[in-house]
Ligand binder design. Structure first.
Ligand code: 13P
Length: 310
C-alpha cells in the first residue's frame, strides 16, 4: 500500500513544512529536505533509531531544536519489529510533530525488504548494492528508483563499501573507491537523490582521527549537483562535519552515537538501581530518553540544522 492516507508526502520547502490539508504530519521528501539543506548550507542529521524510545527522543530533539531530521532504520531493526509494526510506531509518534521528518531505510541490499518498506510507507531508501558489479548495481538501482518514485519515495545509492559494520552489515576491510567518473556516471544514469561515497569514513568508533577525502565531495557535487550522504558520522570532529557539510554532505549519518548514549546512560542508571535495590523501569527510560535527546540535539546544533524548521 502506498503511503497516501497516514502520511502526506510532499516535496515542500522547509519554511512551510509539509502538512497538506487534513494532515498534521510533517513528513517531507528526502530530496526536498536535502535541497533546502544544500541551499541553506547546513546538514540534516540522519539518526539510526532502534525502538519507540529512540524514535520519540530524536523527534523531541528535532522539535526542541526546530530542526529537520531523518530517522533511519537498519534492516536489522526492520526485521526485528516487522515493517508494519515499526511503521505503525513511527506514524503514531510522528503525529503532531511540527518539524520536517523523513523515514529512511539505511543500507539495504535486499530488494524484498526495500519493496516491503516502500509499501508500508518509508519515504526514502538506501539501496546498497556495492557488492554487485557496477553495471548490475546501476541496472538494479534504476529499477529501485522507479519503484520508489511510484511509491512517492526517494533513493540513496552506493557503489563502494563504507568501512566497518552497521548493524551487522558491511565489512571491516578498507574501502576501495571507484573512480570519480564511474561515480558521476552512476549518479547521472540512476537518477538517485543522494549518494553515499567512501571518503575514508567508517561506521563505528574511529580508532584514530580519520583522514578524509573531502575534495571528492566537492568534485561529486560540482559534477552532479546531487547531495552527498556522510556515513560514519560518530567520532568525526566538529570541523570535519562543518567542512564536509559546506562541500555538500547534506545528510549526515549518526548511529553508534545513539547506541552509546542509549546503552551507557542505561548502564550507569542500572548500576545505581542495583546499589539502591530499586527497580523502576520508567525511571530508566527517562534517563535514556534524555541521553538520546541530548546527543541528537548536539548534532543538530553542530550541523547547523537547528533553527531551520520554521
Ligand atoms: P556511525 O555508526 O559511525 O555513526 O555511522 C552511521 C552510519 O553511517 C549509518 O549508515
Amino acid at each position: 500500500m502506498a503511503p497516501t492516507t497516514a502520511l502526506a508526502l510532499t516535496a515542500c520547502g522547509l519554511d512551510e513544512p509539509a502538512a497538506m490539508e487534513g494532515d498534521t504530519v510533517p513528513v517531507v521528501t528526502l530530496k526536498g529536505m536535502l535541497e533546502a539543506a544544500e541551499d541553506g548550507g547546513y546538514g540534516v542529521p540522519a539518526i539510526n533509531i532502534i525502538d519507540d524510545l529512540s524514535i520519540e527522543a530524536v523527534l523531541a530533539a528535532a522539535v526542541q531544536e526546530r530542526s529537520p531530521v531523518i530517522l533511519q532504520t537498519s534492516v536489522k531493526t526492520v526485521k526485528q519489529y516487522g515493517a508494519k509494526p515499526l511503521f505503525g510506531i513511527f506514524s503514531a509518534l510522528v503525529e503532531g510533530v511540527d518539524v520536517p521528518v523523513v523515514l529512511h531505510l539505511d543500507h539495504c541490499p535486499e530488494r524484498a525488504v526495500i519493496s516491503t518498506c516502500l509499501a508500508e510507507g518509508w519515504n526514502s531508501v538506501l539501496f546498497d548494492a556495492h557488492d554487485l558489479e557496477i553495471e548490475e548495481n546501476r541496472r538494479q538501482t534504476i529499477e529501485v528508483v522507479a519503484e520508489a518514485r511510484a511509491a512517492g519515495a526517494d533513493v540513496e545509492g552506493e557503489i563502494e563499501a563504507i568501512q566497518g559494520k552497521e548493524d551487522g552489515l558491511g565489512s571491516d576491510d578498507e574501502s576501495k573507491q571507484q573512480t570519480l567518473e564511474t561515480a558521476v556516471e552512476f549518479i547521472r544514469a540512476t537518477g538517485i537523490d543522494c549518494f553515499a561515497p567512501a571518503i575514508g569514513n567508517a561506521h563505528g568508533r574511529y580508532e584514530q582521527a580519520p583522514t578524509l577525502d573531502a575534495q571528492r565531495i566537492s568534485d561529486l557535487v560540482e559534477a552532479t549537483g546531487v547531495p552527498q550522504a556522510l556515513h560514519g558520522g560518530t567520532g568525526l570532529s566538529d570541523e570535519q562535519f562543518q567542512d564536509l557539510i559546506r562541500r555538500g554532505c547534506a545528510k549526515v549519518n549518526i548511529s553508534t552515537g545513539l547506541k552509546e548514549a542509549y546503552m551507557r546512560s542505561g548502564y550507569e542508571f542500572l548500576q545505581g538501581a542495583a546499589e539502591r535495590d530499586q527497580w523502576d523501569p520508567p525511571s530508566l527510560f527517562r534517563v535514556q530518553r534524555q541521553a538520546v535527546l541530548d546527543m541528537a540535539a548536539h548534532h543538530m546544533r553542530v550541523f547547523g540544522s537547528a533553527g531551520r524548521a520554521s
